[in-house]
Design a protein around this ligand. Structure first.
Ligand code: KDG
Length: 340
């Protein structure tokens, strides 16, 4: 009897040791993001996690942590730079405090379509800005789509330029967005995304601007009556890693993360565009009063905020500005050569 018990105990100990050895072999990676798990951002984070597990045969494990549980975009960026967190996805707009050139993507009305954005972001100009992150302690992997931003508020439909007057509008923590909406006549209030729903619910602010996907997944329709379609800017997200941590990885581990990031990017863009069409219909069904701002009024908006472009050109530098403008011109003329 004694021998049998001893053998059983030995088996259990061996099994536990091998499990803990396995666990010790598994590289655990925290991947933070700001939207809900049930959002385009959350679904793409899960695709990234699944791909990393598959490509690494389970040796690398992504813990995707949403709803800004690891902090706001800006707090997570600092955690990556300090090496306290491995990865995140967030807005390029909140990166301008670290890399001013990222303001390029805040340029109002820069892109006419998601397809144009893909070509520029995945092309030379997009890579130029990703390369600038490294000197600040971040590694940019890929761009995801946040999407074309539209305006919601609790006070009135915005049908003309004058309707912005006096609206307390939350904007991302970014000077271009602040100046853009101040010039339009609004009272622009920078706030982290994680504080936005409460600010809307308590009427600390009257409104905000985000893609349909986010308005739906963050349930802004519960506290916002009016949705005014402006498509005033295309917003990218960017998947980043801590450079301190990235430099400690093997070439094979970096390759796994890069391949998984590309797969998640392609999934995310497709998923986001499909959802965006459905989201607008759902927001109407959820009771939002939707109006499309007339082209002549959008033109008045564009004219009013044109001086913002001059500031962006200075912030990002002539090389970046011109690279983007040149590629957009080539895309629109049909002469753009896809990146090899
Ligand atoms: O983590 C949330 C951020 O990704 C943020 O960019 C979402 O567009 C957004 C906003 O308005 O803050």
């Amino acid at each position: 009897m004694k021998l049998k018990t001893l053998l059983l105990a030995a088996t259990v100990v061996a099994g536990t040791l091998s499990l803990s050895a396995q666990a010790a072999d598994t590289r655990l990676i925290r991947f933070g993001y700001g939207l809900n798990q049930d959002s385009n951002q959350g679904r793409a984070a899960q695709v990234f996690a699944d791909e990393v597990a598959r490509l690494s045969d389970g040796k690398m494990k992504i813990r995707a942590i949403g709803a800004a549980a690891l902090g706001s975009d800006i707090q997570m960026q600092q955690a990556l730079i300090g090496g306290a967190q491995e990865m995140m996805v967030g807005s390029t707009a909140t990166l301008v405090g670290i890399t001013p050139e990222m303001a390029m993507w805040d340029t109002p009305f820069l892109f006419n379509s998601g397809e144009e954005a893909d070509k520029v972001l995945d092309g030379r100009a997009g890579q130029m800005l990703i390369d600038k992150l490294e000197e600040k302690g971040l590694v940019g992997l890929v761009y995801w789509e946040n999407g074309f931003r539209n305006l919601t508020n609790s006070q009135r439909p915005v049908t003309r330029l004058e309707d912005f007057d006096g609206l307390k509008l939350r904007v991302m923590q970014n000077n271009v967005f602040l100046e853009t909406f101040q010039r339009l006549g609004a009272n622009a209030v920078p706030l982290p995304f994680s504080e936005l729903f409460t600010a809307l619910e308590t009427k600390t602010v009257d409104g905000q601007e985000n893609p349909y996907n986010t308005i739906l997944s963050s349930k802004f329709y519960e506290v916002q009556k009016y949705l005014s379609i402006t498509n005033h800017v295309y917003s990218p997200w960017i998947v980043t890693a801590s450079k301190k941590w990235w430099d400690s990885l093997s070439a094979d581990e970096r390759d796994v993360l890069m391949q998984a990031a590309i797969a998640s990017r392609d999934f995310e863009r497709q998923d986001t565009r499909k959802e965006a069409d459905e989201a607008l219909a759902q927001l109407k069904a959820d009771g939002m009063q939707v109006n499309e701002v007339a082209p002549e009024e959008v033109e008045r908006m564009r004219e009013t905020i044109k001086p913002v472009n001059e500031q962006i050109k200075q912030d990002v530098g002539a090389a970046v500005w011109q690279a983007v403008q040149n590629q957009l011109k080539a895309i629109r003329q049909g002469t753009d050569k896809p990146r090899g």
